[in-house]
Design a protein. Sequence first.
Length: 220
Amino acid sequence: MSTFKLYLIAVIAMLSGCYEVQKSNETSDSISEEIQNLELKTAYFASGCFWCVEAIFESVKGVDEVVSGYAGGSEKNPTYNEVAAGRTSHAEAVKVFYDPNKVSFLQLLDVYYGSHDPTALNYQGPDYGSQYRSIAFYQNETEKSLIDEYIKALEASGVYKKPIVTEVLPFTIFYEAEEYHQDFERKNPDNRYILNVSVPRLKRFQRLFPELLKENNQDH
């Protein structure tokens, strides 16, 4: 088992207790709780090219669907050409639909930090520009607390030699990317970028976290 994986396991173990306490403090009657449990939740992340990020999260058990798009900026209705050229303040991002009974937000943070370099400022792999920056979005104080504590634990572990530059931002709006970007890796297996960048990144994540994968993604 890699040193990086061991560090992440330690981080998750430490934060799990905090997560359970926060969950127990949430108030709702049993009926509304049962209804909520039937619904999928959403989470939003940015960590480089959304083709790669979408494929990674879609390989995780408990994740129902992942949509590529744009978030983190102020411009309305951004297009791929605008974002890719760095003409907006948005980043390429993903919207993750997940079943909280099968995968927790904390485990999604495990996926997030286990699949990209959070010390890379305004780039990820071969892709450079603020549109590829690292952003973890939160929709409530529980998520914000988990993200903040996760980052603190990673920094304290010493696994990274450089500071973590992930932006922790309140979620405001997500703009869905153009249709041809959705499921891009699956639809374009012979694309040079997919072969040389996206697939190796996905495989590295899958080697680190086989226990988080859907059965049909074990040998992707």
